[in-house]
Write a protein that binds this ligand. Structure first.
Ligand code: NAD
Length: 346
């Protein structure tokens, strides 16, 4: 059995990934400070495991701790070191992720996302752990009107995306020194939806202002309408286009990347994780309304600073090198996301 350290394992992506890793026979060590998640999400995950994969629960270890504290990470590695369950690879999801908040509080973004990652790399070096999968973001690409490939120009426009790109560059520099390590950077497009069980989903602290949670808030009657930021963009219906990807497809992309990292002794690769298909805000609303039979009233508000009109992945590199492609469509995302939301947000 291989042991994987999953930083940010209580968060939206982390909790779904944790489930799949355990189901696939990995031992999973979660490290999370719960700054944007709840221990209860992990309790729900354990409940779900109990029902569906009871044998896996013994392979889950949970540590509350902050990546900004190197000693915390060293202690976790040390606990598993020199046993057959030593930590073989890290999937590094922990970080702060809100663009607006990063503009208001850049230092905490640089400290958490960049210093936290540097600490992680130091601890990995201390304990001979040579495989890292890192969560990056499509937001580093900046304004464009074409489908994005991994080698397209990078132009981060806010502190959040700058920290993501800074970490990519640190990993690139570090990989030159660590020739026998495997580094895989995953640039996520727009993950939405939830596990089909309706038991785990996107349960963050405070109000999640992203578009999909907001649509769900309107559907639940917590908000009167959705504000669309601009309908005068250079797109077919004037609203912004994004590449929405089902959370469980995103999770499968990590499993494929992990498999590759574990099997290669020297690797530095970057992959887009998206569907390759663009959806406008109005199309997303229409699909949500059709699938869930709920009307979503909306109004048009001015464009927001820093928004771009079009962010869609060319995901062919992941297909070629990781043999990964998405399975779920927008209807699945809207159905599964709402199924979780309506049961967990009343
Ligand atoms: N969800 C998206 O749309 C999206 C898109 C692109 C990239 N990403 C990146 O993917 C990663 C996971 O995203 P998510 O949506 O699951 O976010 P999330 O906020 O739900 O999960 C992140 C987890 O990291 C934890 N965390 C934050 N700072 C920490 C610290 N200093 N020490 C330990 N734990 C800490 C939080 O408590 C949280 O549980 C993030 O790095 C994010 O930037 C997310």
């Amino acid at each position: 059995m291989q042991t994987i350290l999953l930083t940010g394992g209580a968060g939206y992506i982390g909790s779904h990934l944790c489930l799949s890793l355990l189901k696939d026979g990995y031992q999973v060590v979660v490290l999370d400070s719960f700054i944007n998640s709840y221990p209860n999400s992990l309790k729900k995950l354990i409940g779900l495991l109990n029902k569906k994969y009871p044998n896996c629960i013994k392979n889950l270890y949970i540590f509350e701790g902050d990546l900004r504290n190197l000693q915390v990470i060293n202690n976790i590695f040390s606990e598993f070191y020199k046993s057959e369950n030593y930590i073989k690879a890290v999937i590094h999801l922990a970080g702060l992720k809100y663009v607006e908040e990063s503009v208001k509080n850049p230092l905490s973004y640089w400290e958490t996302n960049v210093v936290g990652t540097v600490n992680l790399l130091k601890a990995m070096s201390n304990y001979d752990c040579k495989k890292l999968i890192f969560s990056s973001s499509a937001s580093i690409y900046g304004e464009t009107n074409k489908i994005l490939r991994e080698n397209d120009p990078i132009k981060p426009t806010n502190p959040y995306s700058k920290t993501k790109y800074a970490v990519e560059q640190i990993l690139q520099d570090f990989s030159v020194q660590k020739r026998d390590w495997s580094f895989i950077i995953l640039r996520y497009f727009n993950p939405i939806g939830a596990h089909y069980s309706g038991i785990i989903g996107d349960k963050c602290k405070g109000k999640n202002k992203n578009i999909f949670p907001t649509i769900n808030d309107v559907a639940l009657g917590l908000k009167n309408e959705l504000k669309i930021f601009g309908d005068d963009w250079d797109t077919l219906d004037g609203t912004c286009i994004r590449d929405y990807i089902h959370i469980m497809d995103l999770v499968d992309g990590h499993l494929a990347a992990l498999d590759s990292a574990l099997n290669e002794s020297s690797l530095f690769s970057v992959f887009n994780l998206g569907t390759g298909h663009g959806t406008s805000v109005k199309e997303l609303i229409k699909t949500f309304e059709k699938v869930n039979r709920i009307k979503i009233p909306f109004s048009i508000a001015p464009r927001r600073d820093g928004d771009v009109s079009f962010l869609v992945a060319d995901a062919s590199k992941a297909l070629i090198y990781l043999n990964w492609k998405t399975k779920y469509n927008l209807e699945d995302m809207c159905r599964d996301g709402w199924n979780w939301y309506k049961q967990n947000n009343t």
